[in-house]
Ligand binder design. Structure first.
Ligand code: ADP
Length: 418
């Protein structure tokens, strides 16, 4: 079975095509600048050089059509015909309290994704546009929605509620939802597998630290707490996002700098974090380099980033009353030996002991970087959210086609419980 994974944003769309018999990627690519004359399709077949094509692409439906055409192109393609796309999995950022797992998309699911626009105005509209665009091009192919928030739906009220009046939760859904769920789930399952231990008997902390960053406390395989909140702004310091701040700073900044709500929102999301503290660098590689050359602002940015991450790890170990496995993933987590070393060297009180050589060597692939006598296993596990989405789409599409087969081959599949 071939699964097409789509991650659609407001003006871009990324795709990966998987052959699920061996879980291999046949091709991947993206369409950028949708809605402009100079939209660009980048297509990378697994066994041939990358191809780039600039053309007018005014909407997502046309973008998907372009992607499908290139996938079946006699020269650049990897499929004989569009019928070889057997199901499509979509990354959807916000599933609210409705979705605690992946679901086959039907009218009810689409309506619900639309209802959640309020909670993820920057993300959910793009995902729905992608779903409708696939529907327009491949009307008979099953589509599955995989939510960033779903894995964290196991959080208890003690972690997900904010200490503000009930009306905000009851009427407006103001609570912690958490994000990067697909990644936290993937790396936690993989770490358990690689350690040969049962996930349902582990106290694990997973650190997904890339441009966006979040930590999760995973107790017995279930998300107990996570640092991102109602939106992906809360928690760790990130590339351009502030992470945790005193909420009173918002009205204060509005008053002192005469800013509108929208301007404060943009300041906290796009002009804060590493970027703000370092004085214009949002990329961790640049910061590490500048700090090593004596740039004090870059050094402070790195130190704050590390300190805040370490505080969360300490807090989540306390939340679980212990820790046996710590996992690093995403751009910074997978690639920065310096960040991992700085964090782990200051967690010796919890029994963390790094194997310096293992931390410095190995690139790519899963690797254990703790010493043999460390009380906490420390792992670097490259995340693979697309594979996780493909697996869920494969499972949900197979399950519902079996249902259809058993019930009545001509009937529409029943919509799964939300
Ligand atoms: P996104 O959240 O956009 O998916 P990624 O997971 O790709 O982000 O992570 C991007 C971040 O990873 C950037 O800040 C980049 O500097 C950082 N990064 C990548 N390679 C390295 C490296 N070798 N050392 C330090 N940071 C790195």
């Amino acid at each position: 079975m071939n699964i097409l994974v789509i991650n659609a944003g407001s003006s871009s769309l990324k795709y990966q095509l998987f052959d699920m018999t061996r879980e291999t990627v046949l091709a991947k690519g993206k369409v950028e600048r949708i809605g402009m004359e100079t939209a660009m399709l980048t297509h990378e077949p697994a066994d041939r050089p990358e191809l780039r094509e600039v053309s007018e692409i005014w909407d997502h439906t046309t973008a998907i059509r372009k992607v499908l055409r290139i996938l079946v192109d006699p020269k650049e393609g990897v499929l004989a015909s569009m019928e070889d796309v057997h199901a499509v999995g979509h990354r959807v950022v916000h599933g609210g309290e409705t979705f605690s797992g992946s679901v086959r998309i039907d009218d009810v699911v689409k309506r619900e994704i639309r209802r959640l626009f309020d909670l993820a105005p920057l993300h959910n509209p793009g995902a729905l546009t992608g779903i409708l665009a696939v529907e327009a091009n491949l009307p008979h192919v099953p589509q599955v929605a995989v939510f960033d928030t779903a894995f964290h739906q196991t959080m208890p009220p003690v972690s997900f509620r904010y200490a503000i009046p009930n009306v905000f939760y009851k009427k407006h859904g103001v609570r912690r939802y958490g994000f990067h769920g697909t990644s936290h789930q993937y790396v936690s399952e993989r770490a358990a597998q690689r350690s040969g231990k049962p996930l349902d008997d582990m106290k694990m902390i997973t650190c997904h630290i890339g441009n966006g960053a979040s930590v999760a406390a995973i107790l017995n395989g279930k998300s107990l707490d996570t640092s991102m909140g109602m939106t992906p702004l809360e928690g760790l310091m990130m590339g351009t996002r502030s992470g945790d701040i005193d909420p009173a700073i918002v009205p204060f900044a509005m008053d002192k700098e005469d800013l509108s709500l929208g301007e404060v929102n943009s300041m906290l999301n796009k002009h804060s974090g590493l970027f703000a503290v370092s004085g214009g660098m949002g990329d961790m590689r640049e910061i590490v380099e500048a700090a090593s050359e004596g740039d004090r602002n870059a050094k402070l940015a790195f130190d704050m980033y590390e300190y805040r991450l370490r505080k969360y790890i300490g807090a989540y170990a306390a939340a679980m009353n212990g820790l046996d496995t710590l996992v690093f993933t995403a751009g910074v987590g997978e690639n920065s030996a310096l960040l991992r070393k700085t964090v782990c060297e200051r967690l010796t009180f919890m029994g963390v002991k790094l194997d310096d050589a293992a931390n410095e060597s190995g690139t790519g692939g899963d690797r254990r970087i703790s010493a043999d006598d460390s009380q906490v296993d420390v792992w670097v596990i490259p995340t693979n959210e697309e594979l996780m989405i493909a697996r869920d789409a494969f499972r949900e599409a197979s399950a519902s086609s079996e249902c259809e087969g058993q019930a009545n081959p001509d009937s529409t599949a029943p919509s799964p419980a939300l």
